[in-house]
Design a protein around this ligand. Structure first.
Ligand code: NAD
Ligand code: UFG
Length: 338
């Protein structure tokens, strides 16, 4: 298929580019580089010895979207573009409504006008709010605990309404759990600007000496060792999940699907495994709980297996080894002059 990746220069988008290329798909990236480094395009080009087809544009720019659809005529869109920092969504909510909600609406309007009615959307396990039961199935009630989550829920609702009104739309709503790690080449990986919000990039930056110490947010949760438990998924597995989700295009269905491993690990499991697998030390101290965190969540990954024939293959050792390969080879991320 020919696939447009909005936000394709970002962390998950760049890994999905690799997976799609390996499956012979044709790809165009559309990204405004608000949270990505242009050097990622050079790395992708090196991996495949081929120029990366890309457009520097914002998904809120309707006339450019029209031009892109006219010029490239993609069969489907995988829609990663958006802002994703939970904390920032509290202090700058309009950025989230504009980028995530208005941006998605503009994209869908342009797709409809161009008669491209196949979309895979990056949603998040955050739409389950505070888990009422584990594992989280796709039927778990939806709610939001922060503005970022609220915008994901609105876009999911927009997609459900659109499909309800016009069943020619095919929609795969992928609810990611916690993507971590990097492509095994060490050439692409997660390169957050500023101090990382998330556990894995924080661990890798402590290990490489960019940050002094990790704070473990709480050790008094009702979990095996008291620290928070999450369903970490290797970003390469997640990328393969997108390739598999293309099966749902042109089916006239609208389906939410969890992309997780089905297994939860604690913060201390992640630190200890990272240290053991990579033979590095990750100094940490126990700190207060982070407001808004839940004790534990992990996916019921059955639906992805049944509908997509997809399941995660890589365990936390690979997540830790590959995350470290990326960070140790690129201590400052893509731009070593930082
Ligand atoms: P990312 O920030 O690395 O990638 C997003 C990309 O979108 C960036 O390259 C950014 O420059 C681009 N972008 C942002 N706003 C844009 C706009 N208006 N127009 C064009 N491009 C724009 O994030 P990621 O981790 O790769 O996440 C991708 C998607 O997956 C996001 O929608 C995110 O909310 C969702 N998601 C991520 C996680 C996670 O933990 N990483 C978990 C669940 C869901
Ligand atoms: N953690 C620490 N120290 C840190 C960072 C995180 O102890 O410096 C802990 C957290 O308390 C949590 C676990 O590590 O127990 C994972 O935290 P992350 O920030 O990596 O991931 P979250 O599960 O909190 O957040 C992820 C996505 C969000 C999404 C959320 C809910 O990053 O976008 O899942 O699905 F909203």
């Amino acid at each position: 298929m020919k696939v447009l990746l909005t936000g394709g220069a970002g962390y998950i988008g760049s890994h999905t580019y690799v997976a799609l290329k390996e499956h012979g798909h044709e790809i165009v990236i559309l990204d405004n580089f608000s949270n990505a480094n242009r050097l990622v395009l050079d790395r992708l080009a090196q991996l495949f010895q081929e120029k990366v087809e890309h457009v520097e544009a914002d998904i809120r720019d309707r006339s450019t979207l029209d031009d892109v659809f006219e010029a490239h005529k993609p069969d489907a869109v995988i829609h990663f573009a958006g802002a994703k920092a939970v904390g920032e969504s509290a202090t700058d909510p309009l950025k989230y409504y504009s980028n995530n909600v208005s941006g998605s609406q503009t994209l869908l309007e342009a797709m409809d006008a161009a008669e491209i009615r196949n979309i895979v959307f990056s949603s998040s396990a955050t739409v389950y709010g505070v888990p009422q039961a584990l594992p989280l199935t796709e039927d778990h009630p939806l709610s939001s605990t922060n503005t970022y989550g609220a915008t994901k829920l609105i876009v999911e609702d927009m997609l459900r309404a659109l499909h309800g009104a016009d069943p020619r739309w095919s929609v795969a709503i992928l609810r990611y759990f916690n993507p971590v790690g990097a492509h095994p080449s060490g050439e692409i990986g997660e390169d957050p600007g500023g101090i990382p919000n998330n556990l894995m990039p924080y661990i890798t930056q402590v290990a490489v000496g960019r940050l002094a110490q990790l704070k473990v947010y709480g050790d008094d949760y009702d979990t095996s060792d008291g620290t928070g438990v999450r369903d970490y998924i290797h970003v390469s597995d997640l990328a393969q999940g997108h390739v598999a989700a293309l099966k749902l295009m042109n089916t006239g269905t609208c389906t939410p699907i969890n992309l997780g491993t089905g297994t939860g690990y604690s913060v201390l499991d992640m630190i200890k495994t990272f240290e053991r697998v990579n033979e590095v030390s990750v100094p940490y101290s126990i700190a207060e709980r982070r407001p808004g965190d839940v004790a534990a969540n992990w996916a019921d990954a059955q639906r992805a297996k049944e509908l997509l024939g997809w399941q995660a293959q890589l365990g936390i050792e690979a997540m830790c080894a590959d995350g470290w390969r990326w960070q140790s080879r690129n201590p400052k991320g893509y731009d070593q002059t930082n």
